[in-house]
Design a binder for this molecule. Sequence first.
Ligand code: CTP
Length: 409
Amino acid sequence: MSALTGKKIILGVCGSIAAYKSALLLRELQSRGAEVRIVMTPSAAEFVTPLTFSSLSHNQVYIDMFPDREHSSAVGTWHIDLGLWADAMLVAPITASTIAKITHGIADNFLTSIVLALRAPLILAPAMDADMYIHPATASNVARLKERGVIVVEPEEGELASGLSGVGRLADVTGIVDEVERFFEGRHLDLTGRKILVTAGPTQEPIDAVRFISNRSSGKMGFAVAAAAANRGAEVKLISGPVALETPRNVARKNVSTADQMLEAVAKEIDWCDALVMTAAVADYKVLNPPDRKIKKTEFAEGTPRIELAENVDILKSLSKKKGRRVFVGFALETDDMIVNAKKKLVSKSLDLIVVNNPRVQGAGFGSDTNRVTILSEKDQEAVELPLLSKYDVAMRILDRILPLMPRS
Ligand code: CTP
C-alpha cells in the first residue's frame, strides 16, 4: 500500500511542452491511490486540452478564476476551498514564469491563487529551456522557494524541445510521484547532509566450517532505520549481519558475518559518520579457535560435549573514545528490569539514546514488522514509551530524537 492512498492532491499544470506528461503523472498518482484534482494555467490549456484531464480525473478541471458566472455564489472562494481541501499540491510542469509568480506572491490566475491559499506542502517540478532554468532570476527564485520549505524536484539534463541540450527536462514521472509520497511517509529531507551509520541483524560466530552460534534477530529494525534515514535525505551506510532482506534504496550496504568483522567494519566508518545507530544483535561470545573444517562427533571426549567461548569486543564501548560529538544510539533487548538495565547500558556504553524493547510484549517479537519500544536519553534519563508502531515508524521516531542531538553542519 502506498502512503498516497486516500490522499487529496492538487496537480497544477503550467504551459510547457512537458504538459502532456502531466496526464501520466495524474495516472501515476491515481494508481498509488491518490484523489487528484487538476488545476491548469490558461497557457497550459494551449498545450493539452482540459478534456484530457477531466476525463482522466473524472472531475472538473480548474482554469479560470471566474469560470461560470451563473454557476454559484461560491465561485469567489473556489481557490480557498480547493486550497483547504488538498493534502498536498504538486505543480508539474512548472514554468519559469509561474515560479517567479509564486516566489513573489502574485496571484493572477487560479493556479497561483491556490498556491497562496494553500496550507498543505507544495512540490514543484520545473520544466523549461536550460537557459531559462539557469538564468540568475530563475535560480534565485528556486533557491528562495526551497528556503521556504517548498520541495523542488530538479529537472533533468538532456535534449530539450528547443533542440538545445541542457538541464530543464521535466524529471521522471515516477520520481516526481515518489517525491510526493515522501511527504505522506513523513519523509521530509531534514537529514540532508547527515551521515548515518547503521548496523543491523545478528552476527554468526562459527563453531566449525558448517555450524555457528547466532540469535533470532531478523535485521528488520536496522533496515527500517537505514531506509527511513535515506528517505529523509541522509547519506546512509548499513553494516549488516546475515539477513534475508533487500537493501533499501539509496543505502550503501556492507555485509559481515561475525562480531569481529562487524567491529572492523564499524571502526572503519566511525570517523565518517555523524551518528551511529547500533541495532545489530551482536553475539556476546565467539567460539575460541573454530577449525575451518567440520568437527566430527567422535572428536568430542566422553560426557557432555563442550565448546570454549571467548568474549567478543563490545563495539560501542570500544569506539567510545572516538565518539566526540557523534550521536551514539544503542538498542537493548530486555526481558526483565527493562528500564534499570537499559539505563546501565546507556551509561556504560556512552550512549545518547537507548532504544529498549521486550520481545515478550505482543507485536515486539523477533522478525515482526511492528515494534513497541521505550526510548531513554542520556540527557534527561526520561523514558518515553512509544505505542505499537511499524518498525518504519519506530525508525522515524528514533531519527526525530537523533536529529536535534547532531551538531549543525
Ligand atoms: N553491542 C555492541 N557490541 C557487542 C554487543 C552489543 O556494540 N559486542 C551493542 C548492541 O548493538 C546494542 C547494545 O550494545 O546496541 C546493547 O546490546 P545488548 O546485547 O543488549 O547489551 P549487552 O551489553 O550485550 O548486554 P546483555 O546481553 O548482557 O543484556
